[in-house]
Design a protein around this ligand. Structure first.
Ligand code: IPE
Ligand code: IPE
Ligand code: MG
Ligand code: MG
Ligand code: MG
Length: 298
């Protein structure tokens, strides 16, 4: 009998959090303020959905959790850095994140910029040197390559640039989907792909299916995030509702309407589920996790 998803999720959360706590420099070490800002930004109450996707993919492919601790931490570190910079006055200018002041509010802007910079490089350091990771150097280089692509101009940073350039302009649905796929989809897809590359028995077809699965879930995840900004519970989310509309950010509901946004999430979820079913993974942890992610309220 396997545990219900909620128990496995909290197991994965505890696992990645204890790894992150151990790898992040102590805030008693110099420069104390920067280390405190790093720890504040990473160890706050996040959902850890990218690490959960790493662990669920590893489980699906028969790889141990220990083998994928490095990519689980690495993707969460890139995510945390992306949020710290996303909240800066030059970007979304948000004061609240995960129910607490954003990094630049709790510390200061320069510290927040440096916290983001240093979290980003820590992610790549872990892929290079975490002792639990894949033994062969070629696999480690592959993981670094996947995460670099997903974080850079062909991924998160590129999507953030397009997102900001679109502020106040009217976009087509296709343009919004492209931004969402880059700014959020790429890291979610990379979570699944990095775990798949660690598993000894993943063939080219499995990698293709998992890549498409990750892209579908990633796009749907950002559309759901936009939906929650319109009709979500501010207390549950730990941030005020309506901040996207206030900033005229290019969101899916703003461009296509709320009903179309919800229909698109359902359609992408169906596609993701079908990709898993075709590989015989329709009842496993990845399918359960995808369903949970896309029905979430926070
Ligand atoms: C928020 O991501 C930003 C997006 C990319 C949509 P999450 O909803 O995963 O944020 P945390 O980590 O749980 O706070
Ligand atoms: C976040 O998009 C995407 C990132 C790469 C950080 P949002 O700007 O919608 O994320 P939230 O709503 O602030 O978490
Ligand atoms: Mg943003
Ligand atoms: Mg934002
Ligand atoms: Mg948002």
């Amino acid at each position: 009998v396997t545990d219900p998803l909620t128990e496995r999720l909290s197991g994965w959360q505890r696992r990645v959090e204890s790894e992150l706590r151990a790898w992040l420099p102590a805030d008693t070490a110099m420069p104390e303020r920067l280390h405190a800002a790093q720890r504040y930004s990473v160890l706050g109450p996040g959902k850890r959905i990218r690490p959960a996707l790493v662990y669920a993919t590893a489980e699906t492919l028969g790889a141990s959790s220990g083998l994928v601790d490095a990519p689980a931490c690495a993707v969460e570190l890139i995510h945390a850095y992306s949020l710290v910079h996303d909240d800066l006055p030059a970007m979304d200018d948000d004061d609240l994140r995960r129910g607490r002041p954003t990094c630049h509010r709790a510390f200061d802007e320069a510290t927040a910029i440096l916290a983001g910079d240093s979290l980003q490089v820590l992610a790549f350091k872990l892929l290079a040197s975490h002792p639990g990771g894949p033994a062969d150097a070629a696999t480690r280089v592959r993981l670094i390559d996947i995460l670099a692509d997903a974080s850079g101009t062909a991924g998160m940073a590129g999507g953030q640039a397009l997102d900001l350039a679109a502020e106040g302009r009217s976009l087509t649905v296709a343009e919004v989907e492209r931004i969402h796929a880059l700014k959020t989809g790429a890291l979610i897809r990379a979570s699944v792909l990095m775990a798949a590359h660690c598993a000894p028995r993943s063939d080219a077809d499995a990698l293709r299916a998992l890549g498409e699965f990750g892209a579908a879930v990633g796009l749907a995840f950002q559309i759901q995030d936009d939906i929650l900004d319109v009709e979500g519970d501010a207390a549950l989310r730990g941030r005020p509702a309506g901040s996207d509309a206030a900033r005229e950010l290019p969101t899916y509901p703003a461009v296509a309407g709320l009903a179309a946004a919800k229909a698109r999430v359902a359609e992408l979820h169906e596609r993701a589920a079908r990709l898993l079913e075709e590989r015989g993974w329709g009842a496993g942890p990845l399918a359960e996790l995808a369903a949970w992610l896309l029905a979430r309220r926070r």
